[in-house]
Design a protein. Sequence first.
Length: 269
Amino acid sequence: MSVEQINVDLPHGRVNVLASGSGPTLVVLHRDNGRFGFGKLHERLAKSLRVVAPALPGYDESDRPTWLRNVPDLAALTGFALDKMNIGPVAVLGLGFGGWVAAELAVHSPKRVNQLLLHSPMGVKPTEGEIADQFLFEPENYVKRGFTSIEAHERSFPGGDAKYMEQWDKNREMTTRIAYKPYMFDLALPHLLKSLNVPALVSWSTGDKIVPKSCATIYKDAIPGAKYVELPNTGHNADFETPDAVADMVLRHLEATGYLKSAGNRAAS
């Protein structure tokens, strides 16, 4: 599959974007671990959609604004990048930490988002359990915690942890800057979500050891009309561990809402 690499220049720095496929556009926002290229989930979705996968500002190949210190501002920069690419309104899939970014983008810029899909999203304070504090773990152990087994982790990150350590560490440093106090949630967000008026899907992995079910439940209850799905036999990093299951879930939702048949929402390269 041919994958385009697009560098979007903003006054705040360059945002690296990977894109492939054709049809209605789906923006995929990655986890706090990083994007790690155009993976199996992206490839599967790109058979039916135009998939646009930015590296969030400060993560992976994107430039890091030295002043950036909170997730709403990160979402704003992400929105500026989408505007520069002439994308929107558009469907947005947020994974874990990317789900928090997607939610902030939707509530602060509702005209940019017309479908919201959140898998095991961070960003709200759990009522039961807690979001795992990644700073209590070595980077490689935190990443492993996102899988149901060591074997699943090794399939997703072949070549040994050392191969990816620099990227994990760099991304963890960025997360520290913007989401440490309070850790991984915004107290205002559940209240703002109540005003959303878009088709929404909230999902959670039954083997998730990083984000508790109560976070997904808060999102489901706060977003009017949101659908809720649980993915069995997979962990927090379901996009790596069971990409086909995540893709099937996303495509079913977008088919049911009529988004797959829409003619607009195509990305400019």
